[in-house]
Each structure stands twice: as C-alpha cells, then as structure tokens.
Write a protein that binds this ligand. Structure first.
Ligand SMILES: [Zn+2]
Ligand SMILES: [Zn+2]
Length: 249
C-alpha cells in the first residue's frame, strides 16, 4: 500500500502546499481521502488516472477538505467516462452543492457509474481489497449551528491497518483522539497537528503500537519546529510530509 500526500496544507493553500488530499494506492486501484486540493490538476501532474479511482471519502465538508470535488465529479462523469466510483461525504448539502455546480456549467450531473452518497457512523466501505470504517470525531462540534459532521477513518487493506485521524477537536476537547489507536498494531497513523498541539498528539499515541506516524496537516510554524525536533527520538518513524511525498507500508 502506498500513501501519497497530495495536499499537506491546513485550512488554506500555500506556495508549497495544496489543501488536504491523500491518495492511497493498492496496485492500480486508487482511493482518495479528502479532496481539498484541485484533484483533477494534481492527478494530471502526477500522471494518475481519475478512471482508476475506486472510492473518494471526505472526512468532513470544510472546503479545505472538499473543494476539489466539483471538478473531479464533473470530469469523471462527462470526460473520463470509464470512471466508476462513489464519493462518500457526511453531508447531503455537499452532494446537492456539487451537483448544482456541475449542472450550472450545463454538464450532466447524474451518472449510473459515478455516484455521490452520504455516510454516517454505521457505514463500512468494503470492496474486498480495501475496507474503511468511519469513526465520529468532534472537530465540527465547536460550531453545532453548522450542523456538519466529521470523521476519522480506520483502514484495513493487504493485511495492514492504518488510522487517519483527519481533523480533530481543538486541544482534543471531548477526548477526541480515536480510541482504536491503542488496539493492536498499526502500520501507520496519519495524524493531524493543526487543531491539536504536538504535546496532545504525542500523548495520544504514547501507548500505540505503530511503525510510522505521518503528520501531513500542521499549518502552524511552531508545530513544524517541535515535530522536527522529535524526529529520531520516538519509538516509531515520525514523518512530516510535503506535497507529493509518499510512504510505502
Ligand atoms: Zn483541516
Ligand atoms: Zn476542518
């Protein structure tokens, strides 16, 4: 399994970083976690085919995790016609908005092959090779009026286990780090460190049995410095990726 960090910005793009977007490759099969980056452009630059996507999973509908979906869905339906996948998001309003944008361009926004569907904590995606289980988080609970939901993702594929924390509650209010982190061996934990501190993060994973911890969602200069200082001093390999960096597990 190869994980490529297509977008390592947090909240907004920078000169070096697209917004949140992560690609998982299992052979030719592609799975996308979040789509804050301009996915179609980034795929073209990385020589990846939209037609190889087998699933798109949005952790939540903040636009730095979701804005790349409109063009992706338009192109998958209307241009890259062999595309066959479902985009999974917790928000029906997000689905309505993506379809409305595509329809406003005069293009087709419905397809038998490229679908958009909501999920909740009872959902499991499993195509026989890749299994993803969402775990509810409190990232969006600080603003209950928004009515939107956020999820971490627990992934099992090729006999390996990976946890994507995705965005968590600020300073881990409501004890927000997914508890599964302490259950069994993980090949990788992909953790955010934008809303939580480096100390919060290290404390949350101190009992975890994990080979690689990658932190692709940081955005705060002081957090980058502290993470840099910790490299080589942890029981796991600590990685702070830039755009297009990959890990193989
Ligand atoms: Zn974020
Ligand atoms: Zn967010």
């Amino acid at each position: 399994m190869k994980i490529t960090f297509l977008g390592t910005g947090a909240g907004f793009p920078t000169k070096e970083r697209h917004c949140a977007c992560f690609l998982i490759e299992i052979g030719e099969r592609l799975y996308l976690i979040d789509a804050g980056a301009p996915v179609a452009d980034v795929f073209a630059k990385n020589d990846k085919s939209i037609e190889n996507i087998k699933g798109v999973f949005l952790s939540h509908f903040h636009l730095d995790h979701a804005a790349g979906t409109v063009q992706l869905i338009d192109l998958a339906i209307n241009y890259y016609r062999k595309s066959e996948f479902t985009l999974h998001t917790p928000e029906q309003r997000g689905i309505d908005a993506i379809k409305a944008m595509v329809a406003a361009s005069g293009a087709k926004c419905e397809s038998d092959k490229v679908k958009l569907a909501t999920y909740d904590e009872n959902f499991v995606f499993d195509d026989g090779l890749f299994r993803l289980t969402p775990i509810k988080t409190h990232h969006t609970s600080n603003n209950p009026a928004s009515g939107i939901h956020s999820f971490a993702f627990y992934i099992e594929a090729e006999g390996k286990r990976v946890l994507f924390t995705n965005d968590l509650s600020v300073r881990l209010e409501a004890d927000d780090f997914p508890k599964i982190v302490n259950e069994g061996h993980f090949e990788a934990i992909i953790a955010e460190c934008a809303h939580i501190t480096v100390e919060n993060l290290m404390d949350s994973i101190k009992n975890a049995d994990v080979d690689i911890v990658a932190v692709p969602h940081v955005g705060i200069a002081e957090h980058y410095e502290k993470l840099e200082e910790l490299k080589g001093k942890c029981s796991f390999k600590l990685v702070v990726p830039n755009d297009n960096d990959s890990i193989e597990i």
